[in-house]
Design a protein around this ligand. Sequence first.
Ligand code: NI
Ligand code: MN
Length: 239
Amino acid sequence: MGVKLTFIGHATWLIEGSKRVLIDPFITSNPQAQAAGITLDSLLDKVDLVVITHGHFDHIENAVDFGKKGIPLVGLFEVAQYLASQGAKNTVGANIGGWFEVEGVRLVFTPAVHSSSLIKDNGEPIYLGNPAGVIVELDGVRIYHTGDTALFGDMALIGELYKPDVMLLPIGSLFTMGITEAVKAVDLVKPKIAIPMHYNTWEPIKQDPEEFKKKVEESSCAEAQVIIVQPGETTEISA
Ligand code: NI
Ligand code: MN
């Protein structure tokens, strides 16, 4: 057993196994997806479930496109309610807490230290609840997508309890952890594989993933292997 993990760019990932799970559908305006030649149309018929970590535009842009096709959208309650109001036919509103199952995929939402809102054209924010991370368990593989987050000490608890095989984590700084914090986050969670994301999408979050890789390898958590996945690339994860 195992899954294929494809980086769509920024914080958007496609996990393919017995089910196909898309996390944080940001495709149309995603410069990394565009550069990799990935279009929304190419993904619309390839997904069984969409999971959303929080309400920021660079995480939910295309959620309703999938939702209008009846593909289940899973997010925190406020995000799910909002997407339903925009025409998504099948939303599952959950919250940070414990395991639940949708379409045969097991999920847990975890805390994230960030914010969650959508900004209307007039500049007013629409409050969309708390931000989250998510653990997705599919075909014997556990993937922890941290969502956008700062470093926090309870990541150790997430690592201890859920023992993720793969940790997808931001290194871009400015909006999220930078490299220094991300190295410590890997140390706390102790995944088998750590994959950086949420960097180099735009100039303000420019980072060198090789520096992240080197620093993780030098840190006390030497057992975590860092894989740098380029937008459009797929990596196989065995269970
Ligand atoms: Ni965000
Ligand atoms: Mn973001």
